[in-house]
Write a protein that binds this ligand. Structure first.
Ligand SMILES: [Zn+2]
Length: 468
């Protein structure tokens, strides 16, 4: 049992009692338990990141960053690859604006000796150099994800081949402990992993990380196929991936939605372009939506699609952080008439569409606070504004990350009876939201247990493992 004293909750200074992993009392001058002074800092529900990829995030933490922001140009790309340590080089975040389209020949010129694999920032494409291809390509027939040129030779480009590739690479267990600690530092107490590639093998890695306490967050797993819930994680929507480069026809998409229904699960459809959105909306005219169905990203939403989203009761899980991190590139590359359609937020909420926030880490920074800042400002790194009328008031921006896994767009509020999944800030909320930043997080509690504290406030707790 612990009392968090003098915390700001919904604008009032109160004490909050935590017992048995839940909030049991909110009032003034509570006593009868060890007291932790909050000094007026805001106590808010722990943040939930509604769309990220934990294994890819773990891998990215030991990868070379080759995004336009990190590598700059071809010379920067070469320098980053050559400076990488290890016998296998793994690079992520690539975009053609760095050094043009990549294939094995381009990579061979940059790094001829060591095996290299470079992932595009979209997450859908890996490019391997010849040294890497020699190690991963099987002798006989090649799987369809391996792109081939006119004469049938592999180009080095592997489309949506994560699963296949993982099976061909040397085993390299991801460090989910580093991910759990990173998320805890950001006040994140729950995550929804939206990877379509999650199957039994990945789920057991997650279960082990939860059991050991390495991954303390409440965990919901999406998957592309069947998946059974376990004490360590809940099972969420069936993730459906679309690729603008190879769009399915509506019948195919309807079939995949029906399959999810047969498993008793909602769907979450990857959707970054207007073309993808049009196909999804058409599919939902054939196979009706059900509660929990989601549009992931909503990268481009034409204004005329907004009433449809509302009518169908779909939740849009957006990533405001892309406006900050990739916005300058969007301004250069996207048709100016389409810019107002990018990562819409306020216009959806005004129209009554359910909206939740996420980082899509590692494809943007695993930091909900920088996403909240971007949702408020809609500013790119260089200070340009994209979709100024999509900007949210600060508390509404934070609400994007306060929903639960089951109801992403309904913000949780501090109340008696709620699980003590909490984020204690150093400052009152309005001050913290004046310049949202993870360094305002003083402590993170999950089930009443401190999983992060900037300075020692709470008693160290030895218990780890599955939470109540
Ligand atoms: Zn994603």
């Amino acid at each position: 049992m612990v009392i968090i004293a003098d915390a700001e909750v919904a604008g009032h200074r109160v004490d909050v009692r935590i017992d048995g992993g839940r909030i049991t009392e909110i009032g003034r001058r509570l006593c009868g338990a060890p007291v932790v002074g909050a000094a007026g800092g805001a106590l808010i529900p722990g943040l939930h990141d509604h769309h990220l990829h934990l294994l890819a995030l773990a891998a990215s933490m030991t990868s070379v960053a080759v995004s336009p922001e990190a590598a700059g140009n071809g010379a920067g790309l070469r320098a980053a690859l050559n400076a990488a340590s290890g016998s296998w080089i793994r690079a992520t975040g690539y975009h053609d604006s760095v050094a043009g389209p990549l294939d094995r020949d381009v990579l061979d010129r940059l790094e001829p000796r060591r095996p290299v694999r470079v992932q595009y920032a979209t997450g859908s494409l890996w490019v391997l150099n010849s040294a890497a291809l020699r190690l991963v390509l099987p002798p006989g027939d090649l799987p369809p994800c391996v792109e081939r040129d006119a004469v049938g030779a592999p180009t080095g480009r592997i489309w949506r081949g994560d699963d296949w590739l993982r099976g061909r690479l040397p085993a390299d267990p991801p460090d989910l402990g580093a991910v759990g600690a990173l998320l805890a530092r950001h006040g994140v107490t729950g995550v929804t992993d939206t990877s379509a590639t999650t199957g039994t093998a990945q789920a057991s890695l997650f279960a082990a990380a939860v059991q050991s306490g390495n991954l303390p967050q409440r965990l919901t797993l999406m998957s592309g196929g069947r998946l059974t819930a376990a004490p360590e994680y809940a099972v969420g929507s069936v993730k459906i991936l679309l690729d603008d480069h190879d769009l399915p026809d509506i019948d195919d998409l309807v079939g995949r939605i029906r399959q999810a229904r047969a498993w008793g699960r909602p769907v979450a459809v990857h959707c970054v372009t207007a073309g993808e959105l049009a196909i999804i909306l058409a599919a939902f005219d054939v196979e009706a939506t059900r509660p929990g169905d989601r549009i992931e990203h909503g990268g481009v939403i034409p204004v005329e699609a907004i009433p449809e989203l509302r009518r169908l009761g779909l939740t849009v899980v957006t990533q405001p952080g892309f406006i900050a991190e990739r916005g300058d590139r969007y301004v250069r590359e996207v048709d100016p008439v389409d810019l107002p359609d990018l990562y819409r937020c306020a216009s959806l909420i005004r129209a009554g569409v359910a909206v939740a926030g996420s980082t899509d880490a590692p494809y943007s920074a695993p930091d909900p606070w920088s996403a909240v800042a971007a949702a408020i400002s809609r500013r790119t790194r260089s200070g340009r504004t994209i979709g100024w009328d999509e900007a949210l008031p600060p508390e509404a921006a934070l609400d994007l990350f306060l929903g639960s896994a089951e109801h992403p767009a309904i913000p949780r509020r501090i109340a008696v009876g709620m699980p003590a999944d909490l984020c204690l800030l150093r400052l009152p909320l309005c001050e913290a939201l004046a310049a949202p930043h993870a360094h305002n997080v003083a402590a993170t509690l999950i089930g009443g247990r401190a999983v992060y504290q900037a300075e020692p406030l709470f008693e160290p707790q030895e218990t780890a493992g599955v939470l109540p």
